[in-house]
Design a protein around this ligand. Structure first.
Ligand SMILES: Cc1cc2nc3c(=O)[nH]c(=O)nc-3n(C[C@H](O)[C@H](O)[C@H](O)COP(=O)(O)OP(=O)(O)OC[C@H]3O[C@@H](n4cnc5c(N)ncnc54)[C@H](O)[C@@H]3O)c2cc1C
Length: 367
């Protein structure tokens, strides 16, 4: 299992529960900078399936009570996240959440290699299934080769491992990036999320700890420059907001750029490998679906892998089809959301999202 994000953790936990010898390898050395992720109550059934619903409640993730959005009009509309049948939406503290899931996986018997990178993968020249992959694992400058029967790629959007599995046969739908700035000394806690559309994308503000929040400008990578520095572009975008700029005045801390493209692997299942989470399909943060989809996909893939080792490969084929089907559903949903905002129909960012979704490779005439 390459990658200990939600997808890799859910899949390895399920495989270990089913008695499979599972090795989970993760490269991250420090917790990545927060991007203020939230999850909806739809995460609850998946956590229940993992046997972790009660334990998640005890983790004390902060409920997401109010979403304030200026989308389609300048005034703020407030949506109450309180009354939700499956529980409530939550601000997710990702390092805490990932560490909690990791502990559950280790307790289930998963062998965890932390701060270890899968550098290379090579198919071994053997006729039976055992040990068909040779992987070079690197940690603290030392390299060791291990063999595996099956590789599950849960390495997220940007992992170079994709190339070694399916020759990077994936399609991208946009060039979305998030430019983030953090504030770690808010005068008082703001447990509310703000989303605001501007002509060159949209901006969200969300807390991720008691006195800490992040503001993120979502835009297309090719629209970032225009002869300005990243700092100038970011400041300009923030000044275009009416509501968020009032909450976030400190513009001095470092900026971080996150890849947020919508992308789909053409072959999420292939000879000796399975892709899960963002590695299989990644979606726009507007949907707030990435984590929940990664967990649910990890579980579905693990069940299909168990069937395949027992001789029935149909569920793996179904899993691959479901990745593509779900992505199509997501594209329709994405267009529907963006069409709710018509004030900036002349800007390239919104024009691209208002027309029928097409992969970039087939729509070079953009914008
Ligand atoms: C700006 C932004 C805002 C977002 N907001 C939300 C939100 O509000 N709600 C939501 O649900 N989702 C949100 N998302 C999406 C969410 O972050 C992802 O969908 C989710 O993290 C995917 O989980 P994953 O397990 O597939 O991959 P990841 O969480 O990316 O984990 C992949 C892991 O694999 C490791 N790895 C990669 N390559 C290797 C290798 N070669 N060897 C070893 N390890 C490797 C990485 O170090 C990493 O730890 C947001 C994304 C962005 C960019």
């Amino acid at each position: 299992m390459i990658g200990a994000g939600p997808a890799g953790l859910a899949a390895s936990l399920r495989l270990a529960d089913r008695g499979f010898e599972t090795t989970l390898v993760d490269a991250s050395s420090t917790a990545r900078r927060a991007i203020g992720e939230t999850v909806s109550s739809r995460i609850a059934p998946t956590l229940a399936e993992l046997g972790l619903a009660r334990s998640f409640e005890q983790l004390g993730q902060r409920p997401l009570r109010l979403i304030c959005s200026a989308w389609g009009r300048a005034e703020l509309a407030e949506r109450d996240g309180l009354f939700d049948v499956d529980g409530h939406a939550a601000h997710l503290d990702r390092p805490v959440f990932d560490a909690w899931l990791r502990q559950a996986a280790i307790s289930a018997g998963v062998a965890f290699f932390r701060q270890t990178t899968v550098r290379s993968l090579r198919r071994r020249d053997i006729t039976d299934r055992a040990g068909r992959w040779a992987a070079t694992l690197s940690a603290a400058g030392a390299h060791r080769e291990h063999t595996f029967d099956l590789v599950v790629h849960a390495g997220g959007r940007q992992s170079s491992i994709s190339r070694r599995l399916d020759g990077r046969r994936s399609l991208r739908w946009d060039r979305l990036v998030g430019v983030a700035q953090h504030a770690d000394a808010l005068p008082e806690p703001v447990w509310r999320m703000y989303v605001e559309a501007i002509d060159e994308g949209w901006v969200y503000f969300t807390p991720y700890a008691q006195r800490s929040a992040v503001v993120v400008w979502m835009t297309d990578a090719d629209l970032l420059g225009g002869g300005r520095t990243l700092r100038q572009s970011f400041t300009r975008a923030l000044e275009k907001t009416q509501h968020v700029q009032r909450l976030f005045r400190d513009v001095s801390s470092e900026l971080h750029v996150f890849d947020a493209r919508s992308a789909l692997s053409l072959e999420p299942v292939g000879d000796g490998y399975v892709m899960v989470g963002d590695a299989a399909a990644s979606v726009d943060p507007l949907s707030s679906q990435g984590i929940e989809t990664a967990l649910a996909g990890g579980l579905r893939a693990a069940d299909a892998i168990v069937s395949a080792f027992r001789g029935d490969t149909q569920p793996l084929a179904q899993y691959a089809r479901s990745v593509h089907r779900d992505f199509e559903g997501y594209l329709a949903l994405r267009q529907g959301y963006y069409l709710l905002e018509r004030r900036f129909a002349d800007s390239a960012f919104w024009r691209r999202r208002h027309r029928a979704a097409q992969p970039l490779e087939r729509s070079r005439a953009t914008p």
